[in-house]
Design a protein around this ligand. Structure first.
Ligand SMILES: [Zn+2]
Length: 419
């Protein structure tokens, strides 16, 4: 399946947890843990991780092969034979998935793109790339490498089945090889659907990039195809559920939902990486004229000083006038009330828990730092003077704005494109 860069993984993780606003993880060190999985070793210097959901998938696959697919294709063998062979086929299937991802990774590395790790999880494999390919041809080769491997494996398993049958080998082995050949072909074809984040979407993006000379608009177009495909899968799955199917329908809905979320996150991540990199923090920050003393009673602060918006923020100052923290509405809401007898300094995020920025620096760099702080907010300084604040919704608004411009086919503010 897809190969992802760090910014994409950050945004995908956030897209899949709608309760978390951009850049406001509750426990920063544990973010992305859900899909990291357990490291089981290295292949060609690339860390291989397996997520716990793979155990469930392997078990379900073994059960369905042993009780349904294999006995239907070749009847008359003892139950133990079906179960043993089913377990071997399930492991071979996971190895084939891993080979698909390794194929992406090795071609990526040949084109100078570092590969962090490969994770196998419920919906397939995920190769984590550390950067983007430098040109459209490299992007095209990396995207095609995975499906090419799946296709080659499919041919290999099919030839194996023909050979075993020709030599008069057991029919159940032939059935197992035919199943592996079919699933490999399905993987190759499904992944070539031209809808990002599937490999076919990356092929489409690379071709559009070559044609238009603009990688960002090409990537955004491919993710729009991905969203359409996500909706199609959800609709098909729902129809199957209504028609009385169960497992297949649920699977389609789940896969469609995942593709939809990933496509959305990928469009945002691409825009962040290329458009927001050229956007200075000073263009996005809000000006906060009010300052409150650390000893101000909280009820007075909330009544008289805190703006009405949902991520409102007020800087808190020490007696010498120095800013020592910020009171934010999300934190007040998280703490709950009533706040009788509390003062501003009791509920503020101290400055160490807020990112520090300068007006001239790139918003893309600041977003990564904001995501690493407990508050998710940033204070913007010119020298020693506080000149503005960036909130999570300021970042979301800038991202949405740039994505919308891209969707309308326009380049964003000060975009520099390599032709
Ligand atoms: Zn792939």
């Amino acid at each position: 399946m897809p190969a992802m860069t760090p910014a994409e993984r950050l945004l995908t993780a956030q897209a899949q947890r709608p309760d978390r606003k951009l850049g406001r993880p509750r426990r920063a060190p544990h973010r992305n843990e859900t899909r990291r999985g357990l490291q089981i070793g290295h292949v060609a210097g690339i860390a291989i991780r397996v997520h716990s959901s793979v155990v469930v998938i392997a078990a379900l696959l073994t059960w369905s092969l042993a009780t349904d697919a294999l006995p239907n294709a070749a009847s008359g063998y003892p139950t133990a034979v079906y179960w043993t062979l089913a377990a071997v086929v399930a492991v071979a299937f996971l190895v084939a998935l891993l080979a698909h991802e390794l194929s992406h990774s090795i071609v990526a590395r040949r084109h100078g793109v570092k590969v962090e790790s490969i994770t196998l999880w419920m919906l397939g494999g995920l190769a984590a790339l550390e950067s983007d390919p430098g040109d459209a041809t490299a992007a095209l080769r990396i995207a095609l490498a995975g499906p090419a491997m799946s296709f080659a494996l499919g041919v290999g398993f099919a030839l194996g089945a023909v050979a075993v049958a020709a030599l008069g080998g057991p029919a159940v082995i032939v059935a197992a090889l035919v199943w592996l050949a079919s699933i490999s072909a399905v993987l190759a074809v499904f992944n070539l659907v031209p809808a990002a984040p599937l490999d076919g979407g990356r092929v489409l993006a690379a071709l559009l990039w070559r044609h238009r000379g603009d990688r960002v608009s090409a990537a955004v177009s491919a993710t729009r195809a991905g969203r359409v495909f996500g909706y199609v899968l959800i609709a098909l799955g729902t129809l199957e559920l209504l028609a009385g199917g169960t497992v297949g329908g649920v699977w389609f809905v789940f896969l469609g939902w995942f593709i939809l979320g990933s496509a959305r996150a990928e469009a945002a991540a691409t825009v962040v990486r290329y458009d927001l990199a050229a956007l200075p923090v000073g263009r996005v920050m809000r000006f906060v004229p009010v300052r409150v003393p650390a000893t101000m009673p909280l009820d007075v602060l909330v009544r008289d000083q805190l703006p009405a918006d949902h991520d409102a923020v007020v800087p808190v100052t020490a007696p010498d006038g120095k800013v020592v923290g910020v009171v934010t509405r999300p934190r007040l809401e998280a703490l709950g009330g009533p706040h009788l007898g509390w003062r501003a300094c009791d509920v503020m995020w101290t400055t160490e828990r807020v990112a520090r920025a300068e007006p001239e620096e790139s918003l893309a760099d600041l977003i990564e730092r904001m995501a690493g702080t407990p508050s998710g907010y940033a204070l913007v300084y010119s020298g020693d003077e506080l000149v503005g604040i960036v909130t999570p919704s300021d970042v979301a608004a800038a991202t949405n704005d740039a994505t919308a411009r891209r969707a309308r086919g326009r380049r964003s503010h000060g975009q520099h494109t390599a032709h």
